[in-house]
Design a protein around this ligand. Structure first.
Ligand code: NIG
Length: 420
């Protein structure tokens, strides 16, 4: 692959404070050189070395591609009517998951794959370069396995969510035994992590523990959907089991916030951003907030400001799915986090890039994609990192919140290859 120079960058966000200024490690009038899919050099534009190809950023802002660490993209069907009912005042209850399970089971492999490819393309056009997605709309061994296989062909990380809901008509104890037994055994070679929806009406604390323990026995990383619809044990169980992330976190008490903050004690912000190796040995749990989901379900916005102030690591993800958050637009999530959750633009951008990478374990060199191929770290613009870059049609990342809803993606590179 020929070396590429992107120069005359008006504002470069690296997410590495030591490389620039502030939380975003920003540089101005900067340049980046990409070689063999990785960042080879960055610095002042005036000192940039020659390369085979050149892209003139013309004063625009460049940042790491979005790392969307929470989506549910393997599904069929549409839940417009449920959304309309919600906007007319009905509460979200998670009961609609069953409708998507029925549609997904009835769909052909080709239909599921086409829909997934459509959504991955949509995400790329919005600047997303690393995507996680979950199973969880199959809920039989065969349907979960095919969901994992289809996902693994198109995304960077696959999460097994057999513990999404007990299927209609199933005995809860027998289903839990299936999820932690034969179903997990079937999908394990195809997934990066295991998730469980810990919520009243889904999986209680005991069931959640059993799912997390079964995953740990197979040395799979864990995630938890926690505290989405009300207060509950999700956050504390996630932290106790050293889950990579607990996602939603809308209803937190003081102990929850403390648990998330304490999980990373001893790691300075310098270690967080600059010394990814230090993080690799941490046993902490990232708090993933899902602003578009909070809005679409008319739930209170997750307390991202409070979590950051307490020292927790926060990720922002889209939660793209047909029920609670039918959007892949990370820029919208970032704008919401700034305008309504009280984050600065640099904090929100970091949460939607490096934060997501940490939640996926992709902030360190050598993390593996679903095919087992080692990858350079993502979420930062730093020498050696994967060249996942997002050029905005704007001079500063501030425009993501200053001009909400305006499509600002001008170009996207993934592993150094121009994809948008
Ligand atoms: O993350 N909370 C559970 N799972 C999804 C919603 C799935 C659905 O309603 O289809 C979520 O919001």
């Amino acid at each position: 692959m020929p070396a590429l120079l992107i120069d005359r960058i008006g504002e470069l966000t690296t997410n590495v404070p030591e490389l620039g200024t502030g939380v975003g490690g920003r540089l101005h009038d900067a340049a980046v050189v990409v070689e063999d899919g990785r960042i080879a050099w960055l610095g002042p534009s005036a000192q940039a070395p020659d390369a085979d190809e050149r892209c003139d950023a013309d004063g625009r802002a460049l940042l790491p591609g979005w790392v969307d660490s929470h989506t549910h993209l393997v599904f069929a069907g549409d839940r417009t009517a449920e959304f309309e009912a919600r906007m007319a005042g009905e509460a979200y209850t998670a009961g609609g998951i069953a409708a998507t399970v029925a549609a997904t089971r009835a769909a052909s492999d080709a239909a599921l794959e086409d829909n997934l490819v459509r959504l991955v393309g949509e995400a790329r056009r919005g600047g997303t370069t690393t995507l996680e997605t979950k199973t969880g709309y199959g809920l039989t061994v065969a349907d979960e396995l095919r969901s994992a296989r289809i996902a693994g062909r198109h995304v960077d990380a696959v999460t097994f969510l057999g513990a999404h809901l007990v299927p209609e008509g199933a005995d809860p104890e027998a289903y839990l035994a299936l999820v932690t037994g034969d179903m997990l055994a079937a999908v394990a070679p195809h997934v990066n992590s295991v998730d469980v929806f810990c919520e009243t009406g889904a999986f209680d604390a005991d069931a959640t523990r059993r799912v997390l323990a079964a995953a740990a026995e197979r040395s799979l990383a864990t995630r938890v959907h926690g505290n989405q619809l009300g207060p509950g044990p999700g956050v504390r169980l996630a932290v106790e089991h050293a889950a990579r992330s607990v996602d939603h976190v809308g209803f937190l008490d003081d102990a929850d916030v403390e648990a998330l903050a304490g999980s990373w004690s001893g790691l300075s912000s310098r270690a967080l951003a600059a010394d990814a190796g230090a993080l690799a040995s941490g046993s902490g749990t990232v708090a993933t907030v899902l602003p578009a989901c909070d809005l679409s379900t008319r739930m209170p916005l997750a307390p991202a400001r409070r979590l950051l102030d307490a020292g927790a690591i926060v990720a922002i993800a889209s939660n793209c799915n047909p029920g609670t958050s039918y959007t892949s637009a990370m820029a919208f999530c970032v704008a919401t986090a700034v305008l309504q959750m009280g984050l600065s633009v640099a904090e929100a951008v970091r949460a939607a890039t490096l934060g997501g990478a940490i939640a996926l374990g992709a902030h360190v060199d050598g993390w593996t994609d679903p095919a087992g191929v080692p990858q350079p770290r993502v979420g930062v613009v730093a020498p050696g990192a994967r060249a996942d870059l997002h050029l905005l049609a704007a001079p500063a990342t501030t425009h993501l919140a200053y001009r909400p809803g305006v499509p600002l993606t001008a170009a996207v590179w993934r592993s150094g290859e121009r994809v948008v």
